[in-house]
Design a protein around this ligand. Structure first.
Ligand SMILES: Cc1cc2nc3c(=O)[nH]c(=O)nc-3n(C[C@H](O)[C@H](O)[C@H](O)COP(=O)(O)OP(=O)(O)OC[C@H]3O[C@@H](n4cnc5c(N)ncnc54)[C@H](O)[C@@H]3O)c2cc1C
Length: 408
Protein backbone atom coordinates (compact mmCIF):
# COMPACT_ATOMS: atom_id res chain seq x y z
CA UNK A 1 0.00 0.00 0.00
CA UNK A 2 1.23 3.54 -0.77
CA UNK A 3 2.46 5.77 2.06
CA UNK A 4 -0.20 7.48 4.21
CA UNK A 5 -1.49 10.89 3.32
CA UNK A 6 -0.99 13.52 6.00
CA UNK A 7 -4.68 14.39 5.63
CA UNK A 8 -7.66 12.93 3.81
CA UNK A 9 -10.65 15.28 3.65
CA UNK A 10 -14.02 13.60 3.05
CA UNK A 11 -16.41 15.90 1.18
CA UNK A 12 -15.86 18.37 -1.65
CA UNK A 13 -18.20 21.22 -0.75
CA UNK A 14 -17.04 24.74 0.03
CA UNK A 15 -15.87 23.60 3.49
CA UNK A 16 -13.77 20.61 2.41
CA UNK A 17 -12.20 22.62 -0.41
CA UNK A 18 -11.51 25.55 1.94
CA UNK A 19 -9.67 23.23 4.29
CA UNK A 20 -7.67 21.67 1.48
CA UNK A 21 -6.78 25.17 0.28
CA UNK A 22 -5.67 26.31 3.75
CA UNK A 23 -3.61 23.17 4.39
CA UNK A 24 -1.68 23.59 1.14
CA UNK A 25 -1.28 27.32 1.76
CA UNK A 26 0.50 26.38 4.99
CA UNK A 27 2.77 23.91 3.21
CA UNK A 28 0.95 20.58 3.71
CA UNK A 29 0.74 19.14 0.22
CA UNK A 30 0.50 15.40 0.93
CA UNK A 31 -3.26 15.79 1.16
CA UNK A 32 -6.20 14.15 -0.58
CA UNK A 33 -9.86 15.10 -0.90
CA UNK A 34 -12.41 12.38 -1.64
CA UNK A 35 -15.77 13.50 -3.02
CA UNK A 36 -18.64 11.08 -3.51
CA UNK A 37 -20.01 12.78 -6.65
CA UNK A 38 -18.48 16.01 -7.91
CA UNK A 39 -17.28 19.16 -6.15
CA UNK A 40 -20.21 21.28 -4.79
CA UNK A 41 -22.72 18.40 -5.27
CA UNK A 42 -24.05 18.68 -1.68
CA UNK A 43 -25.61 21.93 -0.44
CA UNK A 44 -22.97 24.19 -1.98
CA UNK A 45 -24.08 24.27 -5.62
CA UNK A 46 -27.55 25.68 -4.92
CA UNK A 47 -26.65 28.16 -2.14
CA UNK A 48 -27.50 31.81 -2.68
CA UNK A 49 -23.85 32.65 -2.15
CA UNK A 50 -24.41 35.42 0.39
CA UNK A 51 -21.28 36.43 2.23
CA UNK A 52 -21.64 38.81 5.11
CA UNK A 53 -19.40 40.12 7.84
CA UNK A 54 -22.37 40.25 10.23
CA UNK A 55 -23.32 36.67 10.91
CA UNK A 56 -25.76 35.08 13.28
CA UNK A 57 -23.40 35.29 16.24
CA UNK A 58 -20.78 37.98 16.85
CA UNK A 59 -18.29 35.43 18.23
CA UNK A 60 -18.04 33.90 14.77
CA UNK A 61 -17.18 37.19 13.06
CA UNK A 62 -13.58 36.23 12.33
CA UNK A 63 -14.74 33.15 10.44
CA UNK A 64 -16.93 35.37 8.26
CA UNK A 65 -14.19 37.95 7.72
CA UNK A 66 -11.58 35.34 6.77
CA UNK A 67 -13.96 33.54 4.40
CA UNK A 68 -14.49 36.25 1.82
CA UNK A 69 -10.82 37.22 2.05
CA UNK A 70 -9.89 33.61 1.21
CA UNK A 71 -12.25 33.31 -1.73
CA UNK A 72 -10.91 36.53 -3.22
CA UNK A 73 -7.30 35.37 -2.76
CA UNK A 74 -8.11 31.98 -4.29
CA UNK A 75 -9.73 33.75 -7.25
CA UNK A 76 -6.55 35.76 -7.85
CA UNK A 77 -4.29 32.72 -7.49
CA UNK A 78 -6.34 30.37 -9.62
CA UNK A 79 -7.81 32.64 -12.27
CA UNK A 80 -11.20 30.99 -11.58
CA UNK A 81 -13.87 33.71 -11.26
CA UNK A 82 -15.93 33.77 -8.06
CA UNK A 83 -18.26 36.53 -9.32
CA UNK A 84 -18.25 38.61 -6.15
CA UNK A 85 -20.91 41.34 -6.10
CA UNK A 86 -19.99 43.90 -3.43
CA UNK A 87 -23.45 45.14 -2.56
CA UNK A 88 -23.13 45.69 1.18
CA UNK A 89 -25.74 44.47 3.67
CA UNK A 90 -28.29 45.98 5.99
CA UNK A 91 -29.14 44.07 9.15
CA UNK A 92 -32.35 45.75 10.21
CA UNK A 93 -33.06 46.75 13.80
CA UNK A 94 -36.75 46.32 14.53
CA UNK A 95 -36.42 47.25 18.20
CA UNK A 96 -34.33 49.63 20.31
CA UNK A 97 -32.63 46.63 21.92
CA UNK A 98 -31.44 45.40 18.53
CA UNK A 99 -30.12 48.81 17.62
CA UNK A 100 -28.25 49.07 20.94
CA UNK A 101 -26.78 45.57 20.40
CA UNK A 102 -25.57 46.59 16.92
CA UNK A 103 -23.97 49.74 18.33
CA UNK A 104 -22.04 47.66 20.86
CA UNK A 105 -20.43 45.69 18.02
CA UNK A 106 -18.67 48.69 16.47
CA UNK A 107 -15.37 48.18 18.40
CA UNK A 108 -15.25 44.52 17.30
CA UNK A 109 -15.33 45.54 13.63
CA UNK A 110 -12.91 48.39 14.19
CA UNK A 111 -10.47 45.90 15.73
CA UNK A 112 -10.82 43.58 12.72
CA UNK A 113 -10.47 46.44 10.22
CA UNK A 114 -13.88 45.69 8.72
CA UNK A 115 -16.09 48.60 7.58
CA UNK A 116 -19.18 48.74 9.80
CA UNK A 117 -21.61 51.47 10.78
CA UNK A 118 -24.98 51.72 12.44
CA UNK A 119 -27.29 53.82 10.28
CA UNK A 120 -30.57 55.66 10.83
CA UNK A 121 -33.88 54.78 9.12
CA UNK A 122 -33.31 57.71 6.72
CA UNK A 123 -29.90 56.33 5.79
CA UNK A 124 -31.44 52.88 5.31
CA UNK A 125 -33.92 54.43 2.87
CA UNK A 126 -31.09 56.12 0.98
CA UNK A 127 -29.10 52.88 0.73
CA UNK A 128 -32.15 50.81 -0.24
CA UNK A 129 -34.75 53.10 -1.84
CA UNK A 130 -37.26 50.26 -2.37
CA UNK A 131 -37.49 49.25 1.29
CA UNK A 132 -40.44 50.14 3.52
CA UNK A 133 -38.69 51.53 6.61
CA UNK A 134 -41.84 51.73 8.82
CA UNK A 135 -41.07 50.31 12.25
CA UNK A 136 -37.32 50.24 11.65
CA UNK A 137 -35.05 51.81 14.25
CA UNK A 138 -32.00 51.71 12.00
CA UNK A 139 -29.64 49.03 10.72
CA UNK A 140 -26.14 47.69 10.90
CA UNK A 141 -24.52 48.44 7.56
CA UNK A 142 -21.58 46.30 6.42
CA UNK A 143 -20.57 47.75 3.05
CA UNK A 144 -17.99 45.03 2.27
CA UNK A 145 -20.64 42.26 2.09
CA UNK A 146 -22.21 40.79 -0.99
CA UNK A 147 -22.56 37.48 -2.75
CA UNK A 148 -20.30 35.07 -4.62
CA UNK A 149 -20.92 32.22 -7.00
CA UNK A 150 -20.52 29.25 -4.60
CA UNK A 151 -19.59 26.91 -7.44
CA UNK A 152 -16.91 29.32 -8.70
CA UNK A 153 -15.55 29.94 -5.19
CA UNK A 154 -15.27 26.19 -4.49
CA UNK A 155 -13.56 25.57 -7.82
CA UNK A 156 -11.14 28.46 -7.18
CA UNK A 157 -10.15 26.96 -3.80
CA UNK A 158 -9.80 23.49 -5.34
CA UNK A 159 -7.75 24.75 -8.28
CA UNK A 160 -5.34 26.63 -6.01
CA UNK A 161 -4.98 23.61 -3.71
CA UNK A 162 -4.31 21.32 -6.68
CA UNK A 163 -1.72 23.81 -7.94
CA UNK A 164 0.12 23.40 -4.64
CA UNK A 165 0.13 19.60 -4.81
CA UNK A 166 -3.20 18.45 -3.33
CA UNK A 167 -5.03 15.54 -4.96
CA UNK A 168 -8.80 15.63 -5.48
CA UNK A 169 -10.68 12.49 -6.46
CA UNK A 170 -14.30 12.89 -7.49
CA UNK A 171 -16.82 10.05 -7.80
CA UNK A 172 -15.05 8.48 -4.82
CA UNK A 173 -17.53 7.86 -1.99
CA UNK A 174 -15.90 6.78 1.24
CA UNK A 175 -17.67 3.59 2.27
CA UNK A 176 -15.63 2.62 5.30
CA UNK A 177 -13.18 4.22 7.70
CA UNK A 178 -11.23 2.24 10.28
CA UNK A 179 -8.77 3.48 12.88
CA UNK A 180 -5.49 1.53 12.88
CA UNK A 181 -2.70 1.75 15.46
CA UNK A 182 -1.23 5.04 14.18
CA UNK A 183 -3.23 5.88 11.07
CA UNK A 184 -6.63 5.55 9.40
CA UNK A 185 -7.68 3.23 6.61
CA UNK A 186 -10.38 4.45 4.22
CA UNK A 187 -12.18 2.57 1.49
CA UNK A 188 -13.94 3.74 -1.67
CA UNK A 189 -15.30 1.37 -4.34
CA UNK A 190 -12.11 1.90 -6.37
CA UNK A 191 -9.33 2.05 -3.80
CA UNK A 192 -8.07 1.89 -0.26
CA UNK A 193 -6.04 4.76 1.17
CA UNK A 194 -4.35 5.43 4.50
CA UNK A 195 -4.00 8.72 6.31
CA UNK A 196 -2.54 10.15 9.48
CA UNK A 197 -5.52 12.49 9.77
CA UNK A 198 -9.07 12.23 8.47
CA UNK A 199 -11.48 15.16 8.33
CA UNK A 200 -15.23 14.66 8.01
CA UNK A 201 -16.36 17.60 5.87
CA UNK A 202 -19.41 15.84 4.50
CA UNK A 203 -22.11 18.01 6.06
CA UNK A 204 -25.12 15.94 7.18
CA UNK A 205 -23.60 12.84 5.56
CA UNK A 206 -20.89 13.01 8.27
CA UNK A 207 -23.49 11.73 10.73
CA UNK A 208 -23.62 8.27 9.12
CA UNK A 209 -19.84 8.16 8.60
CA UNK A 210 -19.29 8.95 12.28
CA UNK A 211 -22.02 6.52 13.35
CA UNK A 212 -19.93 3.71 11.82
CA UNK A 213 -17.40 4.51 14.59
CA UNK A 214 -20.07 4.55 17.29
CA UNK A 215 -20.28 8.37 17.38
CA UNK A 216 -23.59 10.21 17.57
CA UNK A 217 -23.05 13.61 15.95
CA UNK A 218 -26.00 16.05 16.10
CA UNK A 219 -26.02 16.86 12.37
CA UNK A 220 -29.50 17.07 10.88
CA UNK A 221 -30.75 18.30 7.51
CA UNK A 222 -33.61 20.77 7.31
CA UNK A 223 -35.52 21.88 4.25
CA UNK A 224 -34.47 25.44 3.40
CA UNK A 225 -36.17 27.52 0.71
CA UNK A 226 -35.04 30.35 -1.48
CA UNK A 227 -37.47 32.18 -3.73
CA UNK A 228 -36.29 33.83 -6.94
CA UNK A 229 -38.51 36.42 -8.61
CA UNK A 230 -38.79 37.80 -12.08
CA UNK A 231 -37.59 41.28 -13.05
CA UNK A 232 -39.19 44.49 -11.77
CA UNK A 233 -38.77 47.83 -13.53
CA UNK A 234 -37.88 49.66 -10.27
CA UNK A 235 -34.82 47.44 -9.90
CA UNK A 236 -33.83 47.51 -13.55
CA UNK A 237 -33.88 51.32 -13.45
CA UNK A 238 -31.77 51.77 -10.31
CA UNK A 239 -28.31 51.92 -11.81
CA UNK A 240 -26.71 50.17 -8.81
CA UNK A 241 -27.10 46.81 -7.05
CA UNK A 242 -29.21 46.93 -3.91
CA UNK A 243 -27.69 45.89 -0.57
CA UNK A 244 -28.75 42.55 0.91
CA UNK A 245 -31.31 42.92 3.67
CA UNK A 246 -31.49 40.66 6.75
CA UNK A 247 -34.70 41.22 8.61
CA UNK A 248 -35.25 39.77 12.10
CA UNK A 249 -38.98 40.61 11.97
CA UNK A 250 -39.67 38.81 8.68
CA UNK A 251 -37.00 36.13 9.07
CA UNK A 252 -35.36 36.24 5.69
CA UNK A 253 -32.42 37.43 3.69
CA UNK A 254 -33.31 39.38 0.61
CA UNK A 255 -30.99 40.41 -2.16
CA UNK A 256 -31.09 41.54 -5.73
CA UNK A 257 -30.80 38.81 -8.36
CA UNK A 258 -30.41 40.28 -11.82
CA UNK A 259 -33.34 42.75 -12.03
CA UNK A 260 -35.44 40.86 -9.49
CA UNK A 261 -34.92 39.42 -6.02
CA UNK A 262 -33.70 36.33 -4.25
CA UNK A 263 -35.19 35.66 -0.82
CA UNK A 264 -33.98 33.00 1.63
CA UNK A 265 -36.79 32.20 4.06
CA UNK A 266 -36.51 31.01 7.66
CA UNK A 267 -39.78 29.24 8.38
CA UNK A 268 -41.37 29.32 11.82
CA UNK A 269 -42.12 25.59 11.56
CA UNK A 270 -39.24 24.15 9.56
CA UNK A 271 -39.35 20.58 8.30
CA UNK A 272 -36.58 18.04 8.75
CA UNK A 273 -35.52 15.81 5.90
CA UNK A 274 -33.68 12.50 5.89
CA UNK A 275 -33.91 12.01 9.64
CA UNK A 276 -33.78 8.25 9.24
CA UNK A 277 -30.75 8.49 6.96
CA UNK A 278 -29.94 10.30 3.73
CA UNK A 279 -31.33 8.29 0.80
CA UNK A 280 -28.29 6.58 -0.77
CA UNK A 281 -29.32 7.68 -4.27
CA UNK A 282 -29.77 11.37 -3.34
CA UNK A 283 -27.55 13.15 -5.81
CA UNK A 284 -26.94 16.71 -6.94
CA UNK A 285 -30.58 17.59 -6.55
CA UNK A 286 -33.20 19.65 -4.77
CA UNK A 287 -36.28 18.67 -2.77
CA UNK A 288 -39.87 19.32 -3.88
CA UNK A 289 -40.70 22.98 -3.08
CA UNK A 290 -43.37 23.62 -0.42
CA UNK A 291 -44.58 27.06 -1.43
CA UNK A 292 -47.76 26.83 0.66
CA UNK A 293 -45.69 26.69 3.82
CA UNK A 294 -43.92 29.93 2.92
CA UNK A 295 -47.00 32.07 2.26
CA UNK A 296 -47.24 33.82 5.64
CA UNK A 297 -43.52 34.58 5.59
CA UNK A 298 -43.55 35.92 2.07
CA UNK A 299 -46.42 38.26 2.96
CA UNK A 300 -44.21 39.81 5.65
CA UNK A 301 -41.34 40.14 3.18
CA UNK A 302 -43.72 41.90 0.75
CA UNK A 303 -44.67 44.39 3.46
CA UNK A 304 -40.98 45.18 3.92
CA UNK A 305 -40.29 45.29 0.20
CA UNK A 306 -43.45 45.97 -1.81
CA UNK A 307 -41.58 45.53 -5.13
CA UNK A 308 -40.95 41.90 -4.11
CA UNK A 309 -44.71 41.34 -4.14
CA UNK A 310 -45.02 42.76 -7.65
CA UNK A 311 -42.15 40.79 -9.09
CA UNK A 312 -43.83 37.39 -9.54
CA UNK A 313 -42.17 34.20 -8.37
CA UNK A 314 -39.95 32.61 -11.01
CA UNK A 315 -38.34 29.71 -9.10
CA UNK A 316 -38.58 28.18 -5.65
CA UNK A 317 -35.59 26.11 -4.55
CA UNK A 318 -35.87 23.79 -1.58
CA UNK A 319 -32.50 22.39 -0.59
CA UNK A 320 -31.29 20.41 2.41
CA UNK A 321 -29.25 22.49 4.84
CA UNK A 322 -27.28 21.06 7.77
CA UNK A 323 -28.03 22.24 11.31
CA UNK A 324 -26.65 21.47 14.75
CA UNK A 325 -28.69 22.25 17.89
CA UNK A 326 -27.00 25.66 18.30
CA UNK A 327 -26.64 26.39 14.57
CA UNK A 328 -22.85 26.47 14.93
CA UNK A 329 -20.61 24.05 13.06
CA UNK A 330 -18.48 21.29 14.57
CA UNK A 331 -14.83 22.19 14.00
CA UNK A 332 -11.95 20.40 15.69
CA UNK A 333 -10.62 17.04 16.85
CA UNK A 334 -12.83 14.18 18.07
CA UNK A 335 -11.96 13.07 21.59
CA UNK A 336 -10.97 9.41 21.83
CA UNK A 337 -10.19 9.10 18.09
CA UNK A 338 -6.64 10.33 17.45
CA UNK A 339 -6.32 11.80 13.95
CA UNK A 340 -10.07 12.24 13.45
CA UNK A 341 -11.31 15.81 12.90
CA UNK A 342 -14.63 17.43 12.10
CA UNK A 343 -15.53 20.26 9.74
CA UNK A 344 -19.25 19.57 9.53
CA UNK A 345 -22.59 21.08 10.42
CA UNK A 346 -22.33 24.34 8.49
CA UNK A 347 -25.63 26.17 8.06
CA UNK A 348 -23.84 29.23 6.69
CA UNK A 349 -21.05 27.44 4.91
CA UNK A 350 -20.43 29.99 2.18
CA UNK A 351 -20.28 32.77 4.76
CA UNK A 352 -17.99 30.88 7.16
CA UNK A 353 -16.39 27.99 5.21
CA UNK A 354 -13.27 29.85 4.08
CA UNK A 355 -12.49 31.06 7.61
CA UNK A 356 -13.30 27.66 9.09
CA UNK A 357 -10.81 26.02 6.71
CA UNK A 358 -8.10 28.40 7.91
CA UNK A 359 -9.05 27.85 11.55
CA UNK A 360 -8.90 24.06 11.30
CA UNK A 361 -5.76 23.93 9.13
CA UNK A 362 -3.91 26.04 11.71
CA UNK A 363 -5.12 23.72 14.50
CA UNK A 364 -4.14 20.53 12.64
CA UNK A 365 -0.69 21.83 11.79
CA UNK A 366 0.25 23.54 15.06
CA UNK A 367 -1.74 21.44 17.52
CA UNK A 368 -3.63 24.49 18.86
CA UNK A 369 -6.53 26.52 17.46
CA UNK A 370 -5.47 29.99 16.28
CA UNK A 371 -7.80 31.59 18.82
CA UNK A 372 -10.38 30.39 21.32
CA UNK A 373 -13.75 29.55 19.78
CA UNK A 374 -15.41 27.03 22.13
CA UNK A 375 -18.78 27.51 20.47
CA UNK A 376 -17.58 25.38 17.52
CA UNK A 377 -15.67 22.66 19.39
CA UNK A 378 -17.21 19.21 18.85
CA UNK A 379 -17.01 18.33 22.56
CA UNK A 380 -19.73 20.84 23.47
CA UNK A 381 -22.44 18.25 22.76
CA UNK A 382 -22.97 15.35 25.09
CA UNK A 383 -22.40 11.87 23.67
CA UNK A 384 -25.70 10.75 25.19
CA UNK A 385 -27.91 13.52 23.90
CA UNK A 386 -31.68 13.34 23.76
CA UNK A 387 -32.50 13.39 20.04
CA UNK A 388 -36.00 14.85 20.47
CA UNK A 389 -34.56 17.73 22.52
CA UNK A 390 -31.88 18.34 19.89
CA UNK A 391 -34.43 18.49 17.09
CA UNK A 392 -36.64 20.86 19.08
CA UNK A 393 -33.64 23.12 19.70
CA UNK A 394 -32.76 23.13 15.98
CA UNK A 395 -36.30 24.20 15.06
CA UNK A 396 -36.04 27.05 17.53
CA UNK A 397 -32.68 28.39 16.35
CA UNK A 398 -33.66 28.07 12.70
CA UNK A 399 -36.95 29.93 13.22
CA UNK A 400 -35.12 32.69 15.12
CA UNK A 401 -33.46 33.61 11.81
CA UNK A 402 -31.67 36.93 12.30
CA UNK A 403 -32.75 37.67 15.86
CA UNK A 404 -29.52 38.01 17.87
CA UNK A 405 -28.96 34.96 20.11
CA UNK A 406 -29.07 37.06 23.31
CA UNK A 407 -32.40 38.64 22.25
CA UNK A 408 -34.33 35.42 21.48
C1 LIG B 1 -31.47 27.05 -0.48
C2 LIG B 1 -30.18 27.28 0.27
C3 LIG B 1 -29.55 28.52 0.21
C4 LIG B 1 -28.38 28.76 0.91
N1 LIG B 1 -27.77 29.98 0.83
C5 LIG B 1 -26.63 30.22 1.54
C6 LIG B 1 -25.98 31.48 1.47
O1 LIG B 1 -26.43 32.40 0.78
N2 LIG B 1 -24.86 31.68 2.23
C7 LIG B 1 -24.34 30.69 3.03
O2 LIG B 1 -23.35 30.91 3.70
N3 LIG B 1 -24.93 29.47 3.08
C8 LIG B 1 -26.04 29.21 2.37
N4 LIG B 1 -26.63 27.99 2.42
C9 LIG B 1 -25.98 26.94 3.23
C10 LIG B 1 -24.79 26.37 2.44
O3 LIG B 1 -25.27 25.85 1.23
C11 LIG B 1 -24.10 25.29 3.25
O4 LIG B 1 -23.83 25.76 4.56
C12 LIG B 1 -22.78 24.87 2.61
O5 LIG B 1 -22.93 24.61 1.25
C13 LIG B 1 -22.21 23.67 3.35
O6 LIG B 1 -21.01 23.32 2.74
P1 LIG B 1 -20.32 21.95 3.12
O7 LIG B 1 -19.05 21.87 2.35
O8 LIG B 1 -20.28 21.81 4.60
O9 LIG B 1 -21.35 20.82 2.66
P2 LIG B 1 -21.78 20.31 1.21
O10 LIG B 1 -21.71 21.37 0.18
O11 LIG B 1 -23.08 19.61 1.38
O12 LIG B 1 -20.63 19.28 0.87
C14 LIG B 1 -20.53 18.01 1.47
C15 LIG B 1 -19.98 17.07 0.40
O13 LIG B 1 -19.70 15.80 0.99
C16 LIG B 1 -19.90 14.83 -0.03
N5 LIG B 1 -20.00 13.52 0.60
C17 LIG B 1 -21.04 13.05 1.34
N6 LIG B 1 -20.79 11.79 1.74
C18 LIG B 1 -19.57 11.45 1.25
C19 LIG B 1 -18.78 10.29 1.30
N7 LIG B 1 -19.19 9.18 1.96
N8 LIG B 1 -17.59 10.26 0.66
C20 LIG B 1 -17.15 11.37 -0.02
N9 LIG B 1 -17.89 12.52 -0.11
C21 LIG B 1 -19.07 12.56 0.52
C22 LIG B 1 -21.19 15.31 -0.70
O14 LIG B 1 -21.35 14.75 -1.99
C23 LIG B 1 -20.97 16.82 -0.73
O15 LIG B 1 -20.40 17.27 -1.95
C24 LIG B 1 -27.81 27.72 1.71
C25 LIG B 1 -28.43 26.48 1.77
C26 LIG B 1 -29.60 26.24 1.07
C27 LIG B 1 -30.25 24.91 1.17
Amino acid sequence: MSKPYDVVVIGGGIVGCSLLYALTQRGWDNVLLLEKLELTAGSTWHAAGNVTHFGHDANLTRLYVDSLRNYLTAEKESGQAIDFHRTGSLRLATSREELAAYEKLAPLYEGLGVPYEVVSPEEVAALHPLLNTDGIFGAAHTPGDGHVDPYGATQALAKSARGRGATILQHSPVSAMEPQRDHWRLRTPEREVTAKNVVLAASFWSRALAASLGLDLPLYPLEHHEVVTGAVPEVAGLGFELPTVRDPAAPSNLRQERSGFLCGVYEAEPAFWGLDGIPPDFGKELLPPQLGRLEAHLLRVMERLPAFGRAGIRTVNNGPICYTPDACPLIGPVAGFPGLWLASGFAVGIGTGGGAGQFLAYWMITGEPPYDLPMVYPGRFSAKADRAAQLARIKKVYAAGYVLPNLT
